[in-house]
Design a protein around this ligand. Structure first.
Ligand SMILES: [Zn+2]
Ligand SMILES: [Zn+2]
Length: 267
């Protein structure tokens, strides 16, 4: 089976789930391993304390679970950093301070606004909002790149007025290619986030055409995650993954251990 290496627990501001329940769900679903990637979004707009993370308590809890489930399920210690260009020094210090296995760098905030809130699209046409999102991804990478993969690259389409109805890779190919080439030149990966299926997009984030393009351009590092915040969403729609990966040209996927990529065959 597969590893789910993007999931949240009660250490994240938007989850109430005891971490152990995520472990038990992963065992019930016969996963080969998991990685916790709780949120740390410093300077989050409107609610600055919402996505802070108690790192010592989090680290302690995960190592407790690693011990308890040592014979049953490999559990990795990760984090999902909410990137914004002005936070790069703080993030740099943080990634050196804790022994993470895996770091996802994500864009949740675009120029001080989260597209999750309807206000973002009040002042922008959908197409402009999507483009601005991709531009800010590039700005984030230029400011800070000590992560392992960039999270859910086209996440913004979950929240647009028409979601992905009029969206395609081709429409934004110039900026998306620039992002992918930059990531590849830095030796960084992307993820296949099945949260897109959960949001009714009918596609993962990013969509298959972006996964395919990343591979075409020479990208090899692709991690898998359902972005679950509840036990029932662990490995959400993972049965779709083998076909997607093969269609997009991948014959293996990636898991990070102590920040080093390990390549695993697709079942
Ligand atoms: Zn995220
Ligand atoms: Zn997440």
């Amino acid at each position: 089976m597969l590893w789910d290496t993007h999931m949240h627990s009660a250490f994240s501001g938007d989850s109430d789930t005891e971490p152990e329940l995520m472990v038990q769900s992963a065992i019930n679903k016969h996963l080969d391993g998991i990685c916790f990637t709780d949120h740390f979004d410093y300077d989050y707009p409107n609610e600055p304390d919402e996505f802070l993370l108690d790192f010592p308590a989090y680290q302690h809890k995960i190592s407790e679970l690693q011990e308890k489930y040592a014979k049953t399920l490999p559990i990795h210690f990760g984090v999902e950093l909410g990137l914004q260009p002005h936070l790069s020094d703080m993030h740099q210090e943080l990634v050196q301070k804790y022994p993470f296995d895996f770091i996802i760098g994500s864009s949740h905030v675009v120029h001080g606004m989260d597209p999750y809130y309807p206000g973002f699209f009040d002042h922008r046409k959908e197409e402009e909002g999507y483009l601005e999102y991709f531009e800010s991804v590039l700005e984030n990478i230029n400011a800070f790149s000590d992560f392992d993969v960039y999270g859910h690259i086209d996440y913004v389409v979950r929240y647009g007025p028409n979601q992905n109805k009029y969206y395609s890779y081709q429409k934004y190919s110039d900026i998306i290619d620039e992002i992918l080439k930059k990531l590849i030149s830095l030796g960084k990966g992307i993820e296949l986030n099945t949260g897109g299926f959960k949001y009714g997009l009918g596609h993962p984030n990013p969509c298959e055409d972006i996964l395919k393009r990343y591979h075409e351009l020479g990208g090899e590092i692709l991690t898998l995650g359902a972005d679950a915040h509840k036990p029932e969403h662990v490995a959400y729609d993972f049965d779709k993954i083998p076909d997607i990966l093969k269609t997009c040209g991948f014959s293996y996927y990636t898991v990070f251990k102590e920040r080093k990529p390990v390549f695993l065959p697709i079942p």
